[in-house]
Design a protein around this ligand. Structure first.
Ligand code: HEC
Length: 173
């Protein structure tokens, strides 16, 4: 081993190579991911007890609803493993809370239950939300099933009175 003379830092060369920065960034990201798991929000997955359900027009409508909508609009939410992993868990917990708040078939009779808007959300392709489908392929309805759901939802919940402009916040509370 020969001692090489100390190589002088060329002026202006970065102290941190890009590679070291990359490793540091990945390390920080992993540490952050571990750390956010400690946040208690989004971990409570106890489903409230089911209550009164609407008078479905047919078992088929209910079955389609359970497939495509019930995870967010009932108290019978299925919570797969990734619903425990932050930050996904936060988004999911928020969606389920908000979904249940506006329209919950397990707590039928509450004034906030916007059943009359359900048909429209399906017709417009708004519900189920697009980001829900990749992980829930069974919630994807064929055009025929979608049509059945539209007919069934109309028969069960009716639809919002004609002509009312949408976009406003017509929360019942
Ligand atoms: C991944 C969760 C999720 C699924 C699955 C889902 N929804 Fe929703 N839904 C929400 C959330 C969150 C809201 C409230 C915020 C909003 O309007 O986007 C909502 C709002 C609604 C509303 C209230 C009206 C409105 O526009 O705010 C209706 C009615 C509704 N959904 C019907 C359905 C129907 C019918 C299905 C199945 C075909 C369905 N949803 C599937 C999350 C979901």
């Amino acid at each position: 081993m020969t001692a090489s003379p100390p190589s002088p830092q060329p002026a202006g060369s970065p102290r941190w190579s890009l590679r070291r920065l990359g490793t540091l960034a990945v390390g920080l990201l992993l540490a952050l991911l571990l750390l956010v798991q400690l946040v208690p929000y989004g971990r409570n997955h106890t489903n409230p007890p089911g209550g009164a359900e609407p008078a479905w027009d047919s078992p088929q409508t209910r079955a389609l609803f359970m497939r495509a909508c019930a995870d967010c609009h009932s108290n019978a939410t299925v919570w797969p493993w990734y619903t425990n992993v932050a930050p996904a868990s936060w988004l999911i917990a928020h969606d389920v809370a908000e979904g249940r708040e506006t329209f919950n078939i397990s707590e039928w009779g509450r004034p906030q239950n916007k059943g009359d808007e359900a048909v429209e959300t399906v017709q417009e392709g708004e519900m189920p939300p697009w980001f829900y489908l990749p992980l829930h392929p069974t919630a994807k309805l064929t055009p025929a099933e979608q049509q059945q759901l539209i007919v069934g939802l109309t028969a069960t919940f009716g639809r919002e009175g004609g002509g009312e402009p949408r976009g406003g916040d017509h929360d019942g509370d």
